[in-house]
Design a protein around this ligand. Sequence first.
Ligand code: TMP
Length: 211
Amino acid sequence: MTAQGRFITLEGGEGAGKSTQIRRLAEALRGRGHTVVETREPGGAPAAERIRTLLVEGGTESWDGMTEALLHFAARREHLLATVWPALESGSWVICDRFADSTLAYQGFGHGVDRALLDALQAAVLGDFRPDLTLILDLPVEEGLKRARSRGGLEDRYERMGIEFHQRLRAGFLEIARAEPERCIVVDAAQPVDKVTGAILAAVRDRLTDS
Ligand code: TMP
């Protein structure tokens, strides 16, 4: 029987550099002989990508926070069933750009959706399933927004939410990391990009001894 793979998630606010780091981490793990699946949320499976289109490319209308949370969990369910769980089952390592912590941070801490509701959705959709390791890429809000703007990746919606929204988001991610230190590691994403990669590779080596 093939050994179960590992599930690693990267989280953080806008402009934290997750995509570059995911590429580098995947390359390093492949170099160590692992089969690696790179995926993302919202999305990562055909049905989930259709929900992503509604959520992130749906123009500038603002969604109700609870509606957003429901759509993210609907997309997550499809992503788990179609992509993540089968890959882990076959022994692949899965690296995911955002996961359930983003819903807690954006919809919960950011938009004020009730924590009990988010916990109930999480319990229904994930059961006991959790990432083996979550890397939270942390950097000052102004710096993240500057980076996201400079590469044209900041949507109007997030631009308009104002600095306070992004501050709540950052505080939310740090709070999640404090609450679950055995799963989460905070990485200083304000460092030069190679240093960030070094910190991530060290964290993966420390925490996932079979990496
Ligand atoms: P991305 O820009 O990292 O691809 O993510 C798309 C946007 O969706 C990003 O601004 C964060 C947001 N998002 C949520 O609000 N809740 C979630 O649960 C997830 C996964 C993403």
